[in-house]
Ligand binder design. Structure first.
Ligand SMILES: CC(=O)SCCNC(=O)CCNC(=O)[C@H](O)C(C)(C)COP(=O)(O)OP(=O)(O)OC[C@H]1O[C@@H](n2cnc3c(N)ncnc32)[C@H](O)[C@@H]1OP(=O)(O)O
Ligand SMILES: N[C@@H](CCO)C(=O)O
Length: 349
């Protein structure tokens, strides 16, 4: 389907890839078939050498030129006039790809709570099937942040020489107990919603609001709230920080659901590039692509040292750091620094 982006003057397409081949998951379970909704911007050049593959974070969607509009678009670093940019909604997410509300072909009813556990490796494997379907032989750059960076790393391991450059932002090669702990508190909030366990899209919705409020505190830095949510007058109650977090919770619960959140947060927890492959260090060293990792100095969730570790252990790694008070989400916000890092990386290599 051809569409016109509401943000810029270039055409985009949105399609659904229906895989009729089963996907064997790391858990041993099988998805008999699956859909991935994907969006493309620009066109593949004659040499098929201009593919930029973007992977979204936890609650993102395939319309990368909207949520990353400072990096993708007309006259932006990744310009559809020069690049063929593709982003697929991750399996498990609720923006058009197979997820817990999709029909289970074995029962002809929605999966709901029986949706199988998916890992970042499984998510990479589903993207690989889409790559083959599209006949893309080489990816010039694979880029993703946070959960998207984890999936990109997994996929980079198996892509081998089909991948030239990987850009991994605010992410890690193995999820830390710290991140798993935060994710668990968010799932506990979902579980405490008395509608959790019911079979409809609003199930766990109030719990999801609390989960997002907790998560926001990990996506921001105290300095960010100090700047944006300080009180202008003395008061006893009704603080701006409180209404900000409640608002953010409600905003997410209106556009996402608790089952997809549960599924993808579990995928994040089990992320471990080294699992079953010897060691983390040896698997990082096996990545053929040039790797730019970008950390955020104020990231309290995925610590900058974790991104630095990746760049030190891959064969051809570069590390850059965003300076920001925004915290983890700086990778979705600090476009000027990101553009500068990307420009220098491609000039140097
Ligand atoms: C279909 C879809 O929409 S998919 C969307 C794709 N989304 C993604 O890919 C997820 C990635 N994006 C994000 O995580 C975020 O959008 C970010 C990090 C880029 C930016 O975060 P934001 O929430 O926009 O910024 P910030 O933390 O400053 O919050 C601003 C919002 O809080 C509101 N707000 C600020 N202070 C307060 C307060 N004290 N009380 C209540 N509300 C407040 C603002 O009015 C604003 O509301 P709006 O989003 O409705 O305009
Ligand atoms: N703010 C991001 C999660 C942090 O990586 C999202 O909502 O996708």
């Amino acid at each position: 389907m051809n569409l016109t982006s509401q943000y810029a003057d270039f055409t985009m397409t949105q399609e659904v890839f229906h895989s009729i081949e089963p996907l064997l998951l790391e858990s041993g379970e099988v998805l008999p078939n699956f859909d991935l909704t994907y969006t493309t911007y620009g066109q593949l050049n004659k040499k098929k050498s201009n593919v930029i593959w973007v992977i979204h974070a936890l609650t993102g969607d395939s319309k990368a030129a909207e949520w990353w509009n400072g990096l993708i678009g007309e006259n932006k670093f990744f310009d559809p006039a020069d690049h063929f940019i593709i982003c697929a909604n991750l399996l498990g997410s609720c923006y058009g790809s197979t997820n817990p509300f999709s029909e289970n072909p074995n029962t002809n009813t929605p999966y709901f709570y029986d949706f199988p556990q998916v890992t970042t490796r499984d998510l990479g494997a589903s993207l690989e099937k889409l790559r083959i379907h599209l006949g893309i032989e080489k990816i010039q750059t694979l880029i993703g942040g946070s959960l998207g960076g984890q999936v990109a790393l997994e996929w980079a391991v198996t892509l081998g020489q089909k991948l030239e450059n990987a850009v991994i932002l605010a992410s890690t090669a193995k999820t830390s107990p710290w991140v798993i702990g935060f994710n668990e508190t968010q799932r506990m909030a979902i579980e405490s919603d008395c509608t959790w366990g019911e079979c409809h899209e609003q199930a766990g919705s109030k719990g999801l609001e609390t989960a997002r409020a907790i998560a926001m505190l990990t996506y921001r830095h105290p300095a960010d709230l100090q700047i944006k949510q300080s009180e202008k007058e003395e008061k006893l109650d009704g603080f701006r920080a409180a209404s900000y977090l409640r608002y953010q919770g409600q905003k997410l619960a209106k556009r996402f659901n608790a089952l997809s959140y549960w599924t993808l947060s579990k995928a994040m927890d089990s992320h471990d590039l080294g699992r079953g492959r010897g060691s983390l260090v040896s698997v990082l060293a096996s990545i053929e692509a040039k790797v730019l990792t970008i950390g955020v100095d104020s990231d309290l969730l995925f610590l900058p040292g974790e991104a630095q570790f990746i760049s030190q252990k891959v064969k051809r790694g570069t590390y850059k750091e965003i300076h920001s008070t925004a915290g983890h989400d700086a990778f979705l916000i600090e476009f000027e620094q990101l553009t500068y890092f990307l420009k220098s990386f491609y000039l140097e290599h």
